[in-house]
Design a protein around this ligand. Structure first.
Ligand code: MLC
Length: 499
């Protein structure tokens, strides 16, 4: 089934109900019915057709959360156009790879974006697209889109440092959305507060899809901001909330939301879900005390969408990601390629109806990611005798900061572009709010002030990837074969001032 048919349960079936509230550029909150959302999507689709975009073409989208993001996503879904969402914090260097790899018809961007866009595709300003779309007929394009057609290419870096595009089909996204609305009991009586970025699968694959499938009412925020969080929660009174752990840590801060305000939020809420990074057990506990709700932690990946979830009914266990979701099979594999029993730690491998088929134009990487039809998640985990999984770190050296993935290799490669830097190793160190933050160890010319690297990173990388500090060392610890042993790097002392 293509996603349009699924979304029509709400766009047509609940046409006159309140679908969406969003903040306009003038700052007022505007309502749209599902019929309004439907009409906007059709007009945007007509505008894209007029610009020569059709089934199978890619369209890169570099936008913060705004209503036009939804118009464009729905238009792409109807036309069979493959949307390539790009992190709004990405700079030219990061965008260049995605654009050259995905070969889009165009890049959609905001007029006030300060990003420099790479050559290779025209930039279409979203303001102009929206204005032109508004003057078109709200007529549905007649395109036959198949369930196996790709709907999204989501770039996710690998150990090589260059991002690979995970191709997600309409069927993958449909399976994920139907599963979540069922197992988390999402209905059209819900009020979903969308604070997560739409350019990632958490905000888009889970949030937008659950909204459209269930027909609930969504309030779309440009981003989560602690300054305004209490007022928005009190005003919108969400029943449903998806966050990354950093968001929950912020909500525990009494200067963000008082105990009294939190109790009021808890009284009208139904479900808080956390994912994209491990939720510390003490945050789980403190949230229950403050808000009166037990956060439901789940586990997913861009390539596979959602994989495991604590139960809606039953024991939501702190520190565990629960059993596999319906439609997902999981196993824990040992280094020798033999499946392990309960209680033993190994790599989690899965099969699932929401699992991607391939990395875009990367057959070798695709082959390497699968083990006899099972996807190697790269996550280490253990299963309890009653089927709950607990994750125990990663095989590779991924850093997760505020729910954003950081691949050390990408930063190391940038640092090594400076001829005065001879060796570089980036690692994650614990951070109370963001989970982890990156720091860099560098071996460099004596005369070189390594703190200058801060500016280089700031100019070329998304802000969350910029190392907090640059530490000079004499040599990287290596094995006899020359492999860097990051665990042997000198411990980082927090008193060292960040560059
Ligand atoms: C952070 N910044 C943002 C931003 N988040 N800018 C625009 N949009 C956003 N969503 C920038 C800020 O401008 C600032 O930049 C810097 O990041 C730190 O901002 P902050 O206000 O101090 O942020 P913080 O309180 O740390 O909160 C950050 C956050 C954000 C939690 C709101 O990290 C976030 O939205 N994370 C969600 C990530 C996510 O959705 N991941 C899902 C991946 S999918 P500067 O330049 O001033 O430093 C996946 C699969 C799965 O992993 O299972 O879900």
């Amino acid at each position: 089934m293509n996603l349009s048919a699924l979304f029509d349960l709400s766009l047509r079936g609940r046409a006159q109900r309140l679908a969406l509230e969003y903040t306009s550029h003038t700052g007022d909150v505007r309502p749209l019915t599902f019929s309004d959302v439907d009409g906007r999507a059709s007009r945007m689709a007509q505008e894209l057709v007029a610009r020569g975009v059709g089934r199978g073409d890619r369209l890169c989208v570099h936008l913060a959360n705004r209503v036009e993001f939804i118009d464009i996503f729905l238009a792409c879904v109807r036309l069979g156009v493959v949307m390539v969402p790009m992190n709004v914090l990405y700079r030219e260097r990061e965008l260049r790879h995605i654009v050259s790899d995905s070969e889009p018809k165009a890049i959609v961007a905001a007029r006030d974006s300060d990003a420099v866009y790479p050559a290779g595709a025209p930039v279409w300003f979203v303001e102009e697209l929206a204005e032109r779309a508004a003057s078109r007929e709200a007529e549905r394009p007649a395109v036959a889109v198949d369930g196996d057609d790709p709907a999204l290419i989501v770039y996710t870096s690998g150990t090589t440092g260059t991002a690979k595009g995970a191709v997600l089909s309409h069927n993958n996204l449909a399976a994920n959305g139907i599963t979540l609305t069922t197992v988390w009991r999402i209905t059209d009586r819900d009020r979903y507060l969308a604070v997560l970025p739409l350019f990632h699968v958490h905000g888009l694959g889970n949030g937008i899809h659950s909204w459209l499938i269930s027909g609930c009412t969504m309030r779309l925020l440009e981003r989560f901001e602690q300054r305004t969080a209490a007022a928005v929660l009190a005003d919108f009174k969400p029943t449903l909330f998806f966050g990354v752990p950093t968001v929950y840590v912020r909500l525990l801060d009494s200067s963000v939301i008082s105990d009294e305000q939190a109790r009021a939020v808890g009284d009208t809420a139904r479900l808080f879900v956390s994912g994209s990074a491990p939720l510390p057990a003490h945050v789980h506990e403190a949230f229950r005390t403050k808000f009166g709700h037990t956060i439901l932690e789940r586990y997913g990946m861009s390539e596979a969408l959602m994989i495991m979830s604590n139960p809606y009914e039953g024991d939501r266990r702190a520190g565990s990601v629960g059993p596999p979701l319906p439609g997902v099979s999981a196993r824990v594999m040992g280094d020798d390629g033999i499946a392990l029993g309960d209680g033993d730690v190994g790599e989690v491998e899965i099969r699932s109806s929401s699992l991607f088929k391939e990395y875009w134009k990367r057959p070798d990487a695709t082959t390497a990611a699968f083990d006899d039809g099972w996807f190697r998640t790269g996550d280490l985990g253990v299963r309890s005798s009653d089927g709950y999984y607990t994750l125990r770190g990663r095989r590779g050296d991924l850093i997760i900061s505020g729910g954003f993935n950081i691949y050390p290799r990408e930063i190391e490669e940038l640092l090594l572009e400076d001829a005065r830097v001879h060796e570089a190793a980036v690692v994650g160190v614990p951070d109370d709010v963001r989970g982890e933050v990156p720091i860099a160890y560098v071996v460099a010319d004596d005369a070189f002030d390594v703190s200058e690297l801060h500016q280089v990173c700031r100019a070329q990388l998304a802000s969350f990837k910029v190392p907090r500090t640059f530490l000079r060392i004499d040599a990287l610890p290596r094995t006899a074969l020359g492999k860097v042993q990051k665990h042997l790097l000198p411990p980082w002392d927090r008193r060292i001032t960040s560059a």
